[in-house]
Design a protein around this ligand. Structure first.
Ligand code: M6R
Length: 601
């Protein structure tokens, strides 16, 4: 996720472009840049950090065409070279990109052989060179030819000093919109910057190109056929537009999960095999133990990884809280694989655990969302989860993307261990289908009325078995951190060893009971709770009606491969916590006493 703003018009200030770009800073803020045309030449200014750092570098002059970008790094650390805009060899084409180009390495290799010289580590730069290679005097034709060669998702804004009277936008997979106003026409990655000038917004569909000039626009499909496009009237104000109409960032981020899952998978599966280039040099076939260190939600993601891999491979996996691990005298053996999970990449306890391990000469693989974060810099390799910035303090889309990446890592380990059997292949197939499934779950879920019913309780107990015990932990963590309800999580079979004494009609149970191999045992545990008068909300698989007889409320999720239920269940437990928090009148984005990055011990 990055922010894109492009302007073309009769004359506007450079500052105006950057002010509009600032409205997209919530989409990424590790570096920023602008390209505009002055005296028939492209001028580029870039800076690391927020847009405020870029402003002093940009001359306050009047221009007619500009593109700009605020970045959330995926390929290459946040520095000025990797910041957008990127240019071709002759500095005649500049572009900004949002998304991931899956085949950039192949294209880069081909273009290098043709003499193109690359400056950055990004996937985005190849697009500028590809357009240069295909340019035969018509930018539109060159863009059309080039975008058909790209795999992945992308929103682009393109500027050329050869044709300064237009800017070109391209959409495939990543959103792009435009609007027309008296002074200039605007292209942007979402509607926020446009609303100040017009409420009439043109939404681009997938595989479309727009050619914007100061008086006109033309929308084409990827074959070059003209498409008629009407504007839509938007009633949002600027603040709600930043959240795309959602009341809170947390809700918006849950709704983004289908897209972010695609980004976690992008370029990592080909011909039914996992391809995690970050770890291609590791000898995974040789490992005999795995140690996972993490905190909070990342710890729960680590537990899912453990349950999944231990089911398919005879290997010992320890998942440890980083806050405990950092004080131990443990030295994992040479054949151990150590994985540190941290979405922010800045969590102090996880970082100190890594430092302790590094001091002992032990290699660490990090799983993180933030390129260039301290944990990613200090670990030996980092597998990025590509979830885009998460503003809500509660981890939602980053948890789901952690799970995706950890499943991919587990599948890669299974392949290297010659344990990639039929059952495991099915898991890979299911992961590919997930974006559509999660989209349906979120759209069809009707959790708000349920949350209204349960918001009055002071306690909650989440239960699950096997790979869904971590889902219970995650559900309880979400509920307590944003709703301030005391929520515990137990492996369902463990209740009878003590915690069942708590249950009565004031102590509801949230049971995670999909139709998997533990289902009949879960059902018995649910019966045990019912016998203590507890109210019960259960999640189960579609078609399984029998829980309606014993539970007060049942939430259905699509039947799925039982190994991936923790991902399928995630949006439900997140929405449940979200709606309880918001109907209790709290702000789920900013829970009390919590910070997004816990950089203290
Ligand atoms: O950035 P990290 O993944 O290292 O953060 C770890 C925890 O602080 C974090 O997951 C926390 O538990 C979240 N607020 C959970 O929603």
């Amino acid at each position: 996720m990055c922010g894109i703003v492009g302007l073309i018009g009769k004359g506007f200030e450079t500052k105006q472009v950057l002010n509009l770009l600032k409205k997209l800073e919530y989409r990424g803020y590790d570096s920023a840049g602008i390209a505009y045309i002055k005296d028939k030449e492209i001028v580029i200014k870039k800076s690391v950090g927020s847009i405020d750092k870029l402003i002093p570098k940009v001359k306050p002059i009047k221009i007619n065409a500009a593109i700009s970008h605020t970045r959330w790094a995926t390929h290459g650390i946040p520095n000025t070279i990797n910041a957008h805009p990127h240019t071709d060899c002759k500095n005649k084409i500049a572009l900004v990109h949002n998304g991931i180009i899956e085949n950039f390495e192949e294209i880069k290799e081909t273009l290098k052989n043709k003499g193109h010289e690359f400056k950055s580590e990004t996937d985005s730069e190849v697009i500028a060179h590809l357009i240069e290679e295909n340019y035969k005097g018509d930018l539109k034709e060159a863009v059309l030819k080039s975008v058909n060669l790209l795999k992945g998702s992308f929103a682009l804004a393109i500027l050329s000093s050869e044709e300064p009277e237009r800017i070109i936008g391209v959409r495939k997979g990543s959103p792009l919109v435009f609007g027309l106003s008296d002074d200039f026409n605007i292209l942007a990655s979402d509607i926020t910057p446009i609303l100040k000038y017009t409420k009439q917004v043109y939404f681009m569909d997938d595989k479309e190109v727009v050619i914007l000039s100061k008086n006109d626009f033309e929308v084409l499909d990827f074959e070059g056929n003209a498409i008629k496009r009407e504007p839509q009237k938007i009633s949002w104000n600027e603040e709600s537009a930043e959240k795309q109409g959602f009341k809170h960032f947390m809700l918006k981020e849950i709704y983004e999960e289908p897209e972010t899952i695609k980004n976690a998978l992008a370029g990592r599966i080909s011909n039914n095999e996992v391809y995690l280039k970050e770890i291609k040099d590791l000898n995974l076939g040789d490992i005999d133990k795995i140690k996972v260190i993490a905190c909070g939600t990342s710890y729960n993601a680590g537990l899912v990884f453990k349950y999944f891999l231990e089911k398919h491979l005879n290997i010992d996996i320890d998942v440890e809280f980083a806050s405990e691990f950092r004080y131990k005298k443990i030295s994992p053996s040479e054949k151990s694989l150590v994985i540190a999970i941290s979405q922010s990449g800045e969590t102090a306890d996880t970082l100190e655990s890594i430092r302790m391990l590094k001091d002992k000469g032990i290699k660490v693989i990090a799983v993180s969302n933030v390129v260039g974060s301290t944990i990613s810099r200090e670990s030996d390799v980092t597998i990025y989860i590509n979830a885009g910035p998460e503003i809500g303090v509660a981890a939602t889309k980053t948890y789901v993307n952690q799970l995706i990446v950890l499943y991919l890592l587990a599948l890669e380990i299974l392949r290297k261990k010659n344990a990639f059997d039929k059952g495991v292949k099915e898991v890979l197939k299911s992961l590919i289908e997930l974006p559509e499934i999660i989209k349906k779950i979120i759209e069809r879920s009707n959790i708000k009325p349920l949350a209204k019913k349960y918001k009055k309780y002071h306690h909650f107990m989440y239960i699950g078995r096997g790979i869904n015990y971590p889902s219970a932990l995650e559900g309880a963590l979400k509920l307590k951190e944003i709703s301030y309800i005391n929520a515990n999580a137990y492996p369902a079979g463990e209740l009878k060893h003590g915690a069942i004494a708590l249950l009565n009609r004031k102590f509801p149970i949230f049971a995670i009971a999909p139709k998997d191999k533990f289902y009949s045992k879960m059902k018995s545990n649910i019966e045990e709770c019912k016998a203590r008068n507890a109210k019960i909300v259960a999640i189960t698989s579609e078609g399984n009606k029998e829980l309606e007889k014993i539970c007060d409320d049942v939430i259905y999720v699509p039947k799925a491969n039982e190994d991936i239920y923790p991902i399928i269940i995630s949006p439900i437990i997140q929405l449940f916590a979200y709606y309880i928090s918001s109907t209790r009148g709290y702000n789920p984005d900013k829970p009390r006493n919590l910070a997004k990055s816990v950089t203290v011990e």
